[in-house]
Each structure stands twice: as C-alpha cells, then as structure tokens.
Write a new protein. Structure first.
Length: 460
C-alpha cells in the first residue's frame, strides 16, 4: 500500500491511497463467505456455493463492493498511522479507481488537530480577589444558620411580615376560575417572594379566616403570563421565632460549646470558601491569558457540531427539566436569538481551543494520569452527577468514556502546570501561593467537545 498526505489547510488533509489488488484478498475471501451465508442457490448447500457461481448469479461488482467496504477502514487507518496524523471525526472517502485484479485507489479528506506552538507562559500574571472575611460576612452566615432553627407557633392576630401562613388560593382569568387555578393548604412565608407578585401586600393585616383579592401575572400553568384575579384565604397564621444568639444556640446548632467558638468556626469556613473561589478564579484568568498567547485554527465542522451539541443539551436537557423552551428562556434572559447564537459560538470556540492547547501541553510536558488520580476524578464527577461512584463508573465503562475522563484529568494537570508557572497576585498586591488550594479547587476543563473524537472508520 502507498499513501500520500496533502495539507488542504491547517485543520484538514487529503489522503491519497493506492492498494495493490492482492492486498484485498483477505477481504474478498470474507466477502464471498458472507454472501455464501446470506443467499441460496439451487443445487448447492448454503455456505458451499463456489465463487464463480456467486459471480455469475449476483455479480462480481457486489462482491467487490462488500470487499472494499470491509477493507477500507484497515487501509485508511494504516495511511493515518503512516502519515502520523491526529485525525478528528469521520473522513469523506471517494474511491477514485477500482480495477478488478489490479488496483484499488481512494482519497480521504479528514479534519486533523492543528499543530500548535506553545510559547513561554511563565510570564503570565493575573490578579484575583483577596481573601477577606468581614464581621458582616460572619453575621450573615450565622443568621442563615439561625434561620434553619427557627420555630413557629399559631397566633391570633393579623398577618405580619415573616409570618408562616396556610392559604387557599383561587385564580380567575376573564371572570372564569381556571381548572388548575385552585390550591388549598399552601404554606407560605410572608416576604419570601416564593409565590405570586402582590401576595405579600394582599395578606398583610388579614386575620385567619378572612380573605383578600389581588391582581397578578401567573408564573405557570395553563394561563401562564396572563393577568389573573387571585383570591387568597388565610386559614392559619404562625409567627416565626428565632433562637437567641448565645451559647445555648451554639450547642443546639453545632458541636461547639460557646457562641464565640461558633463564630470562629464560621470565619474559618468562610476563609476556606474564599480561598477555593480565589484558586478557581486564578485558574480561569490564567487560562484566558494562555488562550491569548496561542493561535488556534478550528475545523469548521468540529465547531458546527460543538455548537449544535451545546444547543441540543440546553434545549432538551436543561430547559426541558425546567419546563421551558428556547424562546421563553431567551425572554427571561433578555437576549435575542442572534445574541444567543453569538454567545454559544464564542463558548464553543473557547472550549475547543482550551482542549487543543491543554492536550498539546500534556504531550509537551509528558504528563501521565495515575489510577489514583483517575479514581478521585471519577468520584467527583459521580458526586456532581447525582450517581453513586459504582453506578457512574459502570456507565463510563459501558459508554466507552474512560479515555474521555483520562483526558479531563490530564488537561487539569496541564493547566495546573501553567498556573504554577504564572504569577498570581491578590487585589492587595500580595503574591498568592495556590499550592494549599490544589486539593480543593476544581480544575477548569473543556468538557463535552467533539475534539476528543477518535478517528472514525470510513465506508465507501
């Protein structure tokens, strides 16, 4: 077999392959055997039909077509390996010559990973937020904990802000009660904003057993978006009582004996969270600077596929679970479809560029992934997916996605190398050592792009 590579552009090549006919013999034999099992000819047992009879009855062309389809993937793969190509996606194959007994010739156009030059990145410098925890931050954290331990008790008075109510609701549009516009026994905290606009003003001052009417735009149901007249009946009023912020509260809500110990622990936790945010921010900013340093051509089809994949996942998975369509989502976001398309394209380009650059760094820095690192990454991915580690691992193996996970870990290590070489300062001008946060910060990764696609097997 002879092959040659023609570069069409930085991300696409054309392979020209010539195969001597004798190298097709194994595939020809397999083609006759396959056809033998599929057809019957009077006077011959199935599977025992001579080749000459198959040629006469079904045509030599059918045999050649079967043989070529069987042989093409093998010869294509040999040509790719011979040319040392890093191919992406499925090739477009064209058989240019097929002479029975003499020659098979074909061309294959396919996208490839572009050759990248990674410049010196040690000069990258970024600024991140300083880790500062104020007394107000601690007060807010403690207050959130305090809210979780609030108690309620029935009261015989008019509704006030913060009360927990039991309500019956009835919504009318154009004077008609909606079939799905009646609800009874609804629990609602005044001021939470969890129900209809205008309900807080309507119920304040109302006592249990009484009702009020207000107008509001419906947020869901059969008349979503329409103005409705809503009758709200208050059947029970409960006051919320917050515990005193003292040592008794600390013992109730935590493992600490004193309130001061609880506050100190809150400060420590907030500092850890801000260090985590700082490390993530550093990774994102260093990555952005790295992307500016490298010119990355992107295969057009790969970009188009990535854009389509991102749209599909948003519309059919994320929005579908929320009961929204794309039009409603864009309305909520205040974006036009053109703006959405532009943003999606920008995100897809960044994802592909990130993957290409970090993969190149993996090779340049000769980074390997250990079984322990892969297991830790799998555990994190399982947790974020809501599956058990065993379930997630089984799904990964069955889906053939182990190489994808290995790639994610390797790219994370590559980015860590760049972050380590960069200068990271906080907003106070202090140089930050991120080593302590390595174990807690999630790596910024380009996941879900098609750039990891292995070379596909072609068919004529």
């Amino acid at each position: 077999m002879k092959s040659a590579v023609e570069t069409l552009n930085p991300t696409r090549v054309r392979l020209t392959v010539e195969v001597p006919f004798e190298e097709l013999k194994p595939s020809l034999d397999a083609a006759y055997k396959k056809i033998n099992q599929q057809v019957t000819v009077k006077g011959f047992r199935q599977g025992k039909i001579p080749a000459r009879v198959i040629d006469q009855r079904f045509g030599r062309g059918a045999v050649l077509e079967e043989a070529v389809n069987d042989a093409l993937p093998k010869f294509y793969t040999e040509a790719v390996n011979e040319g040392e190509l890093n191919v992406l996606g499925q090739p477009e194959v064209d058989i240019t010559e097929l002479k029975d007994g003499e020659l098979l010739a074909f061309t294959a156009e396919v996208d490839i990973r572009p050759a990248l030059e990674i410049p010196d990145y040690s000069g990258i410098e970024v600024e991140v937020d300083a880790v500062e925890v104020s007394d107000e931050d601690i007060d807010k954290s403690v207050e959130q904990l305090r809210e979780r331990f609030a108690t309620t008790s029935p009261v015989e008075r008019a509704v006030q802000d913060g009360d927990v109510l039991t309500l019956n609701l009835e919504a009318k549009v154009d004077g008609e009660v909606l079939e799905d516009g009646v609800a009874e026994g609804v629990t609602y905290t005044v001021g939470s904003g969890e129900l209809l606009d205008g309900i807080d003003e309507a119920v304040k001052g109302v006592e249990a057993g009484n009702s009020a009417t207000f107008t509001s735009e419906l947020k869901g149901g059969s008349a979503e978006g329409k103005e409705a007249e809503v009758k709200v009946e208050v059947t029970e009023v409960k006051s919320r009582e917050l515990p005193e912020l003292d040592d008794d509260f600390a013992q109730l809500a935590s493992e600490f004996d004193t309130f001061e110990e609880l506050r100190a622990d809150s400060r420590k936790r907030l500092e850890q969270m801000k260090k985590y945010d700082q490390a993530t921010q550093a990774q994102e900013k260093v990555l952005d600077e790295l992307l500016k340093l490298v010119e990355v051509p992107i295969p057009e089809k790969l970009l188009a596929d990535e854009i389509e994949t991102r749209k599909h996942n948003l519309v059919n998975h994320q929005l579908g679970q929320m009961g929204l369509d794309l039009a409603k989502y864009l309305e909520i976001q205040g974006k036009t479809e053109e703006e959405f398309d532009a943003e999606t394209k920008e995100q897809a380009e960044k994802g592909i560029k990130t993957q290409f650059i970090l993969d190149e760094l993996v090779n340049k820095e000769k980074l390997n992934v250990s079984q322990e690192e892969l297991t830790e990454h799998l555990m994190r991915r399982a947790q974020s997916s809501g599956m058990s580690p065993d379930q997630f691992a089984q799904a990964v193996v069955e889906g053939g996605q182990v190489p994808m996970l290995v790639g994610e870990v390797a790219r994370g290590k590559a980015l860590a190398v760049v972050v380590e070489a960069a200068t990271v300062k906080d907003s106070n001008g202090e140089v930050i050592d991120l080593d302590d946060e390595d174990e807690t910060a999630e790596t910024v990764e380009a996941e879900g792009t098609d750039a990891e696609a292995a070379d596909e097997k072609p068919e004529a």
